[in-house]
Write a protein that binds this ligand. Sequence first.
Ligand SMILES: [Fe+2]
Ligand SMILES: [Fe+2]
Length: 260
Amino acid sequence: MIRIAAMADVHFGTDAVGTLRPHLVRLAEQADLLLIAGDLTRVGDPAEATILVDELRDVRVPIVAVLGNHDYHTDRPAAVTNVLAGAGITVLEGNSISFDINGIRVGVAGVKGFGGGFPGATASDFGEPEMRAFVGHTKERAAHLESALRSLECDRRIALLHYAPVPETLQGEPVGIYPFLGSYLLAEAIDRVGADLVLHGHAHHGSEQGVTEGGVPVRNVAQPVLRRAYALFCFDGTDNRVPVELPSPPELAGWRYNAH
Ligand SMILES: [Fe+2]
Ligand SMILES: [Fe+2]
């Protein structure tokens, strides 16, 4: 059995000391792995990442993350990544990592992803260079996700994204901003290879559950959607490949989401 804790959009600022740590005290006994689906910092300041890694210091399970758009805001994603990596957190961007846990090999392919929308309302790579660059960025990230998933020879594969691959987990957000919240190209990449679970964040007012056309479960684990510190999933190691959702810690007194 593999138990996975997942969260996104913690948006740590330099004033966030102590806001997350009390909610993580049981994580290591509840989960074998912690996955963080982007927007770790408020504006991508390495000082914010430093505060976050200190907050995560007592989480004694492997931590894997992808960056989100907030982590790029001040053009220092490499510095943010270095702070996280220095604390032992694996930061994925177009690559993967795998773990042997309780006799099951689980792989995580990670990419930030990007926008572009969903069938019926998509951006196209035509016209101005800025527009072609926008869609080109999404296509590139989707291709990197696909190759990262293909590289995994595992019993279970997880795609870890920041942007959404399906519109279902955006429900609750204004439809007009869907193209800035995700892209169907990410789901197409996932379905071409196959996966067992997709985790993303970014859509703070979205919904928890979705599924790709290929039948892969998608979960939006943005903290403001979860209304708790993290969600818990379990692969039981049998032929039943569908991850079971475990009861997560309830919202605790004193919870303060780090809005931006
Ligand atoms: Fe966010
Ligand atoms: Fe975001």
